[in-house]
Design a protein around this ligand. Sequence first.
Ligand code: LLP
Length: 424
Amino acid sequence: MPSLPLHLLPDTATVDDRGALHLGGLRVADVAAEFGTPVFLYDEAHLRRRCREAVDAFGHQRAVYATKAFLCTAMARLAYEEGMLLDVASGGEMHVALAAGVPADALTLHGNNKSLDELRYALREHIRYVVVDCDEELDRLEALHAEGLPVPRVVLRITPGVHAHTHEYIATGQDDSKFGFNLANGSAAAAVERARRSPAVELVGVHSHIGSNVFAVESFARAAEVMARFAAPLDLPELVLGGGLGVPYVGGEEAPTITEWGRVVLDACRSLGVTSRVSVEPGRSIVAAAAITVYTVGVVKRIPGVRTYVAVDGGMSDNPRPVLYGSGYEVVVPERVLDPRDERARLVGKHCESGDVLVFDAEVPAGLAAGDLVATPVTGAYGHSMASNYNKLTRPPVVFVRDGVARLVVRRETYDDLLRCDVD
Ligand code: LLP
């Protein structure tokens, strides 16, 4: 009868004496009743605490929130208010951050294939710096210079040849990667030379990001070391060491805290005599554990001798991570948190394919039935941001809870939203 790993829940989670889960001072079942399901519920205090932890660990304007993990105007504002800069990886992310009122000089632009239009947008807005990924982007920046656009500050993305131990789809530091200028084969040094000579850019630093959901702090220390050695003779003001800190998703997993990550990275830089400003780009470690997704059970199919399927009102359209990366999640029943979890079930969605799985083999309390609420913790990163309209499901709303107040920050899509772009 394994008990629920309560540390996976957001910081303000509490359980009342009737076994009901509360977040941000509100009973989860009440919030679900008000906003419907599925719904992403974020603990705002948790979000703010993680932003502040990153700023305390790395310094003011040295912790850059990777908006790809979760972005809406409320989140962009929150991260900025707490002292973070924002990393945007497309013109669209930049647009949302600017619409939120985040000043352009707090934004850094990423991407491995930025279009001329995206770069033009960034230069017109005077963003803080562009992280240049390849020679074609330097060509495009030179073309924009010829058009008379302002000269941007740039940081070059380097592939340091450090293999992070994570899922192959989200490992990026190894030589065999679509990202960045390769350190080992001389492309990185050649790019530095080119950028230094070019009148179209002002080279201010170098960047690396070895991958995402990395648990081994040694990998970060190793990347810091490789990058510090490369950067030292260049004498540039910025050294950006990417994001990538992992978080526990299921019982038994443990990850370093942001504070511990900061210590390892900054110690490595200090011991190598780095004098540049060292900054990082955390996404997942800021937002992942801040949210739970709450669903309603619609069907329980018990196949004797085979397995039990519990089907909910969402699925791979609001959380594609299990299907994409085989990621694991736990299941919480918000009204029965303290009940023994002595049944096993496969939590599935309502999409038209067998691969539509949210939790492959979940421990759940006995007797789940249609109408019960279930929730998956640690869905705050790469859930809402990777959500789709597959099967024309409408994307769920996002609700921030804090001090007994629930605030709708992204409304649920409507059927009309599904027709918004159809013109004929
Ligand atoms: N900086 C750069 C340049 C990145 O490419 C990324 C993530 C980050 C920072 C933030 O990394 P984080 O701290 O969130 O690990 N969809 C995948 C994750 C893809 C990460 C892409 N890049 C997932 O759901 O696991």
